[in-house]
Design a binder for this molecule. Structure first.
Ligand code: NAP
Length: 250
């Protein structure tokens, strides 16, 4: 198979979510052995996902990206079960809470801190924990899920936009720092039809479709395809963010 990921180990942090699960499936279909992580909320869904993937050796393991100790425990567990080399790390964990941008008081310190702990520090902490294993593979790849909110400043809250801008800049810095053994990329979706933002429904999707050049809301599969391309086709790319937004940010 062209661009086969046979013999490669992939870890999808946030692999039980919409984009994470679609990515896990494509990576497994390409031949990778896939580990998906879950929080306490989604242990059952993650285990079913791992069981349903094509190929063998897939598993679901717990990790909370806001808790670095749990990422280190995950790293140790993966090493014992799978050996010293990790080929692909996908950072697909994230959360948000809509806060109108003009309501400055509603974006309080606790929410800002949580936003950065989960949506920026957590991605960095996962990379920090797994960098030695990615380097050990000799041909490692990190793909973090950013958002066009990080460049447009339009998104569910100002802190969310800032955390995603931080993902884009971290991607550049780490691409320099981890080369040549590890490539570092990000993908920036526009609006994707998952359960990510509470309260989005059919009306919201119709409005988004009407105001998006390609005429539809994004699917988790669209983003997963871009992440797969980072692992297969885009071998000479590092330090950049690939926009997958149907032209929404134009
Ligand atoms: N959907 C969109 O419109 C959109 C647009 C642009 C960017 N994104 C980005 O895409 C990524 C994936 O989002 P999605 O749309 O797939 O949403 P989703 O279905 O809600 O998935 C989010 C994932 O993050 C995990 N997660 C949340 N908090 C976590 C924590 N503290 N530690 C570990 N995992 C945690 C969730 O796990 P549990 O289920 O176990 O809580 C879930 O697997 C996010 O980074 C998001 O910012 C989404």
């Amino acid at each position: 198979m062209a661009h086969s990921l046979e013999g490669r180990l992939a870890l999808v942090v946030g692999g039980s979510g919409g984009i994470g699960a679609a990515t896990a499936r494509l990576l497994a279909e390409a031949g990778a052995r896939v580990i998906v992580t879950h929080t306490a909320r989604s242990a059952g869904a993650a285990a079913s996902l791992a069981d349903s993937l094509p190929g063998s050796g897939h598993m679901a393991l717990p990790a909370d990206v806001a808790d670095t100790a749990s990422l280190l425990a995950l790293r140790d567990d993966v090493r014992v079960r799978c050996g010293d080399a990790l080929h692909v790390l996908v950072n697909a964990a994230g959360f948000t809470k809509p806060v109108p941008h003009a309501d400055l008081d509603a974006l309080d310190d606790a929410l800002i801190d949580r936003m950065f702990a989960v949506n920026w520090r957590g991605q960095f902490a996962a990379i920090r924990a797994f960098a030695p294993m990615l380097k050990a593979s000799g041909d490692g790849l990190i793909v973090s899920v950013s958002s066009i909110a990080g460049r447009t400043g339009v998104g569910s809250s100002i802190a969310y936009c800032a955390a995603k801008a931080g993902i884009d800049v971290m991607t550049k810095s780490l691409a320099r720092a981890l080369a040549p053994e590890v490539r570092v990329l990000a993908v920036a979706p526009g609006v994707v039809d998952t359960g990510f933002v509470p309260g989005r429904g059919a009306d919201f999707n119709a409005k988004i479709a009407a105001s998006t050049p390609l005429g539809r809301v994004g699917r988790a599969q669209d983003v997963a395809e871009a992440i797969l391309a980072c692992a297969t086709s885009l071998q000479y790319s590092t330090g950049t963010t690939i926009v997958v937004d149907g032209g929404r940010s134009l």
